[in-house]
Design a binder for this molecule. Structure first.
Ligand code: NAP
Length: 251
């Protein structure tokens, strides 16, 4: 059996096990298994690897996407540039784990899910939140030459601004709005980042990385103002498929 899994904390609402279990069934992949490994601190990854010697790959989620990096032997250049890892490929030699390599498939998932919706008016962006996902999103926007600011409660660096600096004039000039905070995620359905939504209009594209619920308060308000809206489901599926491809590639 080829074993894969997810580390993070908490994992009670995780999508990945359901996604991979369904995928294995649907595609008659009979030799693979995907399990959840909730760990209370990142150092527990050492024990996990000792106990699960046949693990070939792991996904990494909140809060370990950055903390896991010192435990890896190598980083793929994209993961290195982003500074966050959500996929680990474990190479084995005669059943001994010999190398852990980190990747960031959030980058692939976000880029591929955004591109079909991008139009020429989406030439400047605002990213809300400055965590692991925000770093992957900012990396993709840099690749696509879309200048952007990161709106944060604690802005640091030249790209970062605070919520109090956001006014209607700036929101109307930045027509790509991307929520990278967990605000609005179930069960906190009535939350959203404090954005002056009256400035949102038909030319805006509002993207929410949250996928549960499929329409967050942020997306519902943007839609009511005439904006095009995209939720995080497609990104989630694309990043999972990208991880599967990495785990199955020959070295
Ligand atoms: P994270 O590392 O915990 O970062 C979230 C950021 O949101 C924080 O750094 C913080 O930024 C901001 N934030 C948190 N609580 C807030 C609050 N009460 N008010 C305002 N801002 C707040 O999480 P992440 O990994 O980046 O994930 C963020 C969201 O994206 C989660 O909901 C996650 O499920 C989703 N996600 C979806 C996908 C997908 O494939 N669709 C992939 C990755 C993540 P500041 O401190 O700078 O304000």
């Amino acid at each position: 059996m080829r074993n894969f899994g997810l580390i993070g904390n908490p994992l009670s609402h995780s999508f990945s096990k359901k996604y991979f279990t369904n995928k294995f069934k649907k595609e008659s992949i009979l030799d693979a298994n995907y399990e959840l490994f909730p760990i209370k601190e990142i150092d527990e990854i050492k024990l996990l690897l000792q106990e699960q010697k046949d693990l070939l790959g792991l996904n990494v989620t909140i809060p370990y996407k950055q903390a896991v990096i010192p435990y890896l032997d190598e980083l793929d250049p994209t993961a290195k540039a982003v500074g966050a890892v959500n996929t680990i490929k474990i190479s084995t030699l005669e059943n001994v784990q010999v190398q852990l390599k980190g990747y960031n498939t959030d980058v692939i998932g976000f880029r591929q899910s955004l591109k079909p919706f991008l139009a020429k008016e989406h030439e400047r962006a605002l990213i809300f939140g400055n965590g692991g996902a925000s770093k992957a999103v900012s990396y993709v926007l840099d690749q696509l030459n879309i200048p952007h600011f990161i709106v944060s409660r604690n802005p640091t660096g030249v790209k970062a601004i605070s919520y109090s600096e956001l006014d209607e004039a700036s929101v109307s000039r930045f027509q790509l709005l991307i929520n990278c905070t967990p605000l609005g995620m179930s069960p906190n359905l009535d939350q959203m980042p404090p954005i002056p939504m009256d400035a949102v209009g038909k030319k805006h594209l509002a993207y929410d990385l949250v996928y549960n619920p499929l329409e967050t308060k942020f997306l519902a308000m943007a839609k009511a103002k005439g904006a095009l809206t995209v939720n995080g489901l497609s990104m989630l599926q694309l990043q999972a498929e990208a991880a599967w491809k990495i785990w199955n590639e020959e070295k």
